[in-house]
Design a protein around this ligand. Sequence first.
Ligand SMILES: [Zn+2]
Length: 102
Amino acid sequence: MGQLYQAITEVEENISTLLSEVKSLRQYVEYLEEENVKLKRQLCAVSEADTVRVQKNAAKIQKEAQENLEKLYQEGFHVCHIYFGEPVEGSCLFCNAFLRKD
Ligand SMILES: [Zn+2]
């Protein structure tokens, strides 16, 4: 009888341990779900506001790069892919085509 009582006590202890593990797992799942919602919201916020800014900056950078290349060509250097950085004698069809972007 004493042995059976001990066995039942052990089972009760195991169930209690399992229940508390399930409880903490459930809390963890809730935390992860909240975090997921928060991250999704942040992702939406980024794509809304910052996309325009990134596009504007990209356009600005592209414009500046174009201006720098035009300046470099006016100062007498190739900006085309074939002779880039070498001194231009006369004018270069490739550079002209590249700067006109055609
Ligand atoms: Zn050239």
